[in-house]
Write a protein of this length. Structure first.
Length: 414
């Protein structure tokens, strides 16, 4: 979940986050990338989107935030922190619809989730690159005054469990606390006895983010607390959705933003044509797929690679070799920090071929940020031996995650 999902200020040196020493099982660092100290707290507005969910599914719409300054270096740094150990050079019945808020011009997307009885509404970053559900709480002395803090004493369904949890991230941020069990409502789907992680402390980076916590949608093998059933696991186990999938659509800030998650179904009104089914390797706890290759610019070709489908990462981050191929084809220059400078008048698309189907990232989305007279590309490299298919790619497709198979499905947007 780097954001995505960039989201961590590159003012934090690469050498600093290379000190990260958690085990692979604690790889939920992806999510941090969206709530770092370097991301200023911005005002957001939620706009309900019309959707046509299928029977037995719930939708979470997304909305946009017009106040945004892009920082591509942060996005690369957060991705690297999230997948630190893979740096190349380092030794439904019912449906759940959740609208999303688009933060800082497609930097990240969050949805509102109700926890406890009566419900307490929390803004959570939904992340397929991690698997923990944690948030600020009234047990936390260091949490931000701008965050909504879950109060277990005000929930009649809360059960204290008391397992300790702690998360450390590559940018030096961290959080820790205890676990509990409570009711979690995802767009009208009520999960009972969901394990939740209540923060008792969090570092300054989290205090200035736009969210109250994270909701991981990766596989449970990378949950911080061993034996945890994720919210998606429990939606399936408790029979709350008849189809064990969730559909994701991300809007674009320049097109009024928004977005949605639908648990147990899809929004057919957002889909054009057939879905392409892609097998997933879940052995690392992520939705890892094979990309056949692709093209960019006028005649440039991209080699095949493995990549993680990650809603929690902002940019499209290639391996070093493929990033160079894309850069050469588009006349972009490697800035040496994971980002690429691209001509501000770029009019060339980039295409990825997945399971035999071409999916296009249009020229406009390949210009992620303008810094003075320089334009920064929506693609880059995190220096790892796999790619991360973040929001720059995902906002140009409709994506269905099917963890029980496992597979993902992509379709072109209507």
């Amino acid at each position: 979940m780097l954001d995505y999902k960039y989201r961590m200020m590159f003012c934090i040196s690469l050498s600093f986050f290379l000190l990260f020493t958690t085990t692979q099982k604690h790889f939920i660092l992806i999510i941090t990338m969206k709530i770092s100290l370097c991301i200023a707290l911005l005002a957001t507005t939620a706009t309900l989107l019309n959707a046509a969910p299928t029977e037995k599914s719930k939708t979470f719409p997304l909305t946009t935030n017009p106040n945004f300054k892009r920082n591509p270096k942060n996005a690369v740094a957060k991705a690297r922190a999230k997948y630190y150990k893979h740096l190349v050079n380092v030794s439904a019945d019912g449906d759940g619809e959740i609208p999303l808020t688009d933060v800082e011009g497609d930097l990240e997307y969050y949805g509102t989730v109700a926890v406890g009885t009566p419900p307490q509404n929390l803004k959570l970053d939904f992340d397929t690159g991690s698997s923990d559900l944690w948030f600020a709480s009234t047990l936390c002395s260091s949490c931000s005054g701008s965050q909504t803090k879950f109060n277990p004493d005000k929930s009649s369904t809360y059960k204290k469990e008391g397992k300790s949890w702690g998360i450390s991230y590559g940018d030096g941020s961290n959080a820790k606390g205890i676990t509990g069990l409570d009711t979690v409502d995802l767009g009208g789907l009520t999960i009972k006895n969901q394990r939740i992680e209540l923060a008792q402390s969090e570092s300054a980076q989290f205090q200035q983010g736009a969210t109250d916590g994270l909701l991981g949608l990766g596989f449970n093998s990378i949950s911080t607390v061993s034996g945890t059933a994720t919210p998606m696991d429990n939606l399936i186990k408790q029979g709350l959705i008849s189809d064990p999938i969730f559909g994701v659509w991300f809007g674009k800030a320049k097109e009024s933003g928004g977005g949605e998650y639908i648990f147990g179904g899809i929004n057919k009104s957002k889909v054009s044509g057939d879905f392409t089914k892609v097998p997933v390797d879940s052995s690392q706890g992520w939705y890892s797929i094979k990309v056949d290759g692709g093209s960019a610019g006028k005649g440039g070709s991209l080699s095949g690679f493995s990549g993680i489908v990650d809603t929690g990462t902002t940019l499209l981050l290639f391996t070093d070799d493929v990033a160079k191929e894309a850069g050469d084809a588009l006349g972009a220059t490697d800035n040496g920090d994971g980002t690429y400078s691209i001509p501000c008048d770029n009019s060339e698309d980039l295409t990825l071929t997945i399971a035999g189907t071409d999916f296009v990232v249009p020229a406009a989305d390949l210009i992620y940020a303008k810094q003075g007279s320089q334009c920064i590309a929506g693609f880059g490299s995190a220096g790892m031996d796999f790619a991360i298919l973040g929001d720059v790619f995902l906002k140009n497709v409709y994506t269905v995650f099917a963890p029980s198979v496992p597979e993902v499905q992509f379709a072109k947007l209507a």
